[in-house]
Design a protein. Structure first.
Length: 485
């Protein structure tokens, strides 16, 4: 596991610059890097608990108090379990808890048989592609189908962190610097070597808020703790935009110590950045200067090759700071493929409004619509589609995604008829079949008690690839048919 930079009660320590007196640096907890500055209002404490004292006597029985659930009250519940109608099981459990809020289903409720098997691999697969909203939707479906299911603590924790990282990224893209810092303080797990982008964004937010010391601490924590040389180099490059020459000298020294035999690479970065600092003070080149150099053209070709091969991190490195339309468009697509749609949207919009070549503007518009949809902004995406010039394939693809998201939202809200209507409309666009949509269609049919159609839908999905989710759909649809008959 990569080293963590957790900023709450962590034992990872870094050395502050030596005091003016010349004493050796004193180690400090990294938690100090994200503590509110001195004089800032303290967080509102939780409500005070009453002072300890004699425990109050038990309250007397009150007329109309909830009655206890007894075995004779469980007849309907056990029947629904027997026919595996998990939707009705959940409803019956809610009804019984309304009578007695403290009641819990008995351990023998399943009568020795397990509920629908839940394999969380499909949820982790969604997680791996950054489809966090779909995970929430799928968890709700699994809970509806199997009231005994509880998502694993690790999945929920990782999902919270990923969603927090999205919020932090959005705040950073919209220059809400205090919101970035607040999000990092709320979720210190965001700040570690596995999420260097979140650390970079938080450090920049501190610098923009004129809290340079905190920004320096974060940059130094990455350089001194994380083992990846490329990330160490990128950290130095990003820090140079906000830190003083003295602070950068300290970072370079630390980076060389940490890099061992790769210290030469750090030397090259240092020379390049220091030359850039000097060059920034020179007079800009006069108008009419020659166009892109052969080196720039070569770099552009390398960036495009990195994008085509799926090396998106290399693509971002090669296009960092590029001003040409083609390079910015390439960078935007690499952001999109890395599931960073907010950053992709910003670049696509800039290229689109730049008035470049028609093909570039059309490609940027197409990318902007896709990135907007990935951010869940369906109405904004539809407005873009209505005013966009796209190829037939592009139009069908984005319109199909709009209908898919609207149908998913309708399904999540319980409007199953509307969900089916939207899924049918998506099919009419010629959009290719999607397994997740077919599964949602099956659950919608099941919830509308159209058990035969639901079973046919689940069976069709299961024949292509039999997985726990398709098997579960087949089970509950057959159970519905048994109970219906």
């Amino acid at each position: 596991m990569r080293p963590s930079l957790r900023f709450a009660a962590t034992l990872i320590m870094v050395a502050l610059p030596a005091a003016a007196s010349g004493a050796s640096p004193a180690p400090v907890l990294l938690a100090q890097a994200i503590q509110p500055p001195a004089g800032a209002p303290a967080a509102t404490p939780p409500a005070e608990q009453p002072a300890a004292g004699p425990a109050p006597s038990a309250a007397p029985a009150v007329p109309g108090a909830p009655r206890r659930i007894e075995e004779r009250d469980l007849t309907a519940l056990r029947y629904y379990v027997e026919i595996k109608d998990w939707n009705r099981v959940e409803s019956e459990i809610r009804r019984l808890r309304a009578i007695d809020p403290n009641w819990q289903p008995p351990p023998d409720l399943m009568g020795g048989q397990a509920g629908p098997a839940v394999n969380e691999q499909e949820l982790w697969d969604l997680f791996g592609t950054g489809r966090y909203a779909e995970i929430r939707t799928r968890i709700a479906q699994l809970r509806q189908a199997n009231p005994t299911y509880t998502p694993s603590a690790d999945l929920l924790r990782q999902l919270d962190i990923a969603e927090g990282q999205q919020k932090l990224g959005t705040a950073s893209e919209t220059a809400q610097w205090q919101a970035v810092v607040d999000q990092a303080r709320q979720q210190p797990d965001l700040l570690n070597c596995a999420r260097t982008d979140a650390v970079w964004r938080t450090a920049e937010a501190f610098a923009r808020l004129q809290q340079t010391a905190s920004a320096f601490d974060l940059y130094r924590s990455l350089v001194g703790t994380c083992s990846n040389l490329q990330e160490r180099v990128a950290t130095l490059q990003k820090a140079s935009a906000f830190l003083s020459a003295d602070q950068m000298a300290q970072l370079f020294d630390l980076a060389k110590q940490r890099s061992g035999t790769d210290a030469g690479a750090i030397d090259q970065v240092q020379k390049s950045l220091e030359a850039g600092r000097r060059g920034a003070q020179r007079t800009p080149a006069p108008r009419g200067a020659p166009g892109p150099s052969r080196a720039a053209a070569t770099q552009g070709a390398a960036a495009d090759a990195a994008k085509q091969s799926g090396a998106y991190a290399d693509c971002l490195r090669l296009t960092d700071g590029s001003a040409t339309t083609g390079m910015r468009l390439t960078r935007a697509w690499c952001f999109y493929e890395l599931d960073r749609p907010t950053e992709a949207s910003s670049l696509f919009a800039a290229v689109r409004s730049g008035g470049g070549a028609t093909a570039e503007v059309q490609d940027a518009t197409y990318g902007l619509i896709l990135a907007t949809l990935r951010r869940g902004l369906v109405d904004d995406a539809q407005a873009l589609i209505d005013n966009a010039t796209l190829t037939g394939r592009q139009h069908n693809e984005v319109q199909g995604e709009v209908l898919a998201q609207l149908g998913t939202a309708a399904h999540q809200s319980g409007d199953y008829r509307e969900a089916l209507r939207l899924f049918d409309a998506r099919d009419q666009t010629g959009a290719p079949p999607r397994r997740d949509i077919q599964l949602l269609r099956g659950f919608a049919l099941y919830n509308l008690r159209r058990y035969r159609e639901a079973l046919d839908t689940f069976l069709a999905v299961d024949r292509v690839l039999s997985t726990p989710d398709s098997q579960e759909g087949v089970r509950i649809a057959r159970g519905g048919l048994i109970g219906f008959n």
